[in-house]
Design a protein around this ligand. Sequence first.
Ligand SMILES: Cc1ncc(C[n+]2csc(CCOP(=O)(O)OP(=O)(O)O)c2C)c(N)n1
Ligand SMILES: [Mg+2]
Length: 191
Amino acid sequence: MLRFEATQLLVSHLTNELVVSNLGPTSAELWHAGHRDRNFYTNGSMGLCSSIALGIALSTSEKVISLDGDGSLLMNMGTLATIGREKPANLIVVVWDNEQYGQTGHQPSHTAKGTDLEQVARSCGIPRCVTVRTLEDFELAFEEALRQDGPWCIVAKIQEAEYLPAAPNEPEMTLYRFRSTLLRASQQATH
Ligand SMILES: Cc1ncc(C[n+]2csc(CCOP(=O)(O)OP(=O)(O)O)c2C)c(N)n1
Ligand SMILES: [Mg+2]
């Protein structure tokens, strides 16, 4: 399974969900798959994607999706423990697990040497954890995660591919756009 085809599939299932994406190609591919005001592209902040998504999930009842990377999640594995502790029902963590630190030179990550992030998430108390290896299984798991309460951790084993061009995402603009969209939605809901 390629991350870009899985990202395109994921985007095709979205309605109003909030999506936070890991730095680098994960954010670029999300942008190419379909830019939305409800996408929060992270920049440089390795390890913080699921932490940011957790914070957002705890402050809204809307579904929040984190598109994390194996290397980044390994660097801040405590975020899985906090998700398991807080158990936000509206949070879906997808880990694009290519078993490497892809964008910095394809160095093998711990998941290439036996670390099983599904088991880590499960042992942290995250109730819905699954590993998928094909596009079909990814779609089934993601559709179920959209329907059923979580928190979810979907570890999607992916193959590396050529990178798409970088996306024109400026951090300040991302923050401004994302916040304004949510603010507008909450103002409309109260009027
Ligand atoms: C604190 C910190 N350390 C190191 C880096 C450099 N860095 C950027 S991305 C990356 C690898 C990320 O790996 P992963 O999350 O698996 O994503 P992939 O590149 O495989 O898509 C590294 C080491 C950084 N941005 N921040
Ligand atoms: Mg990786």
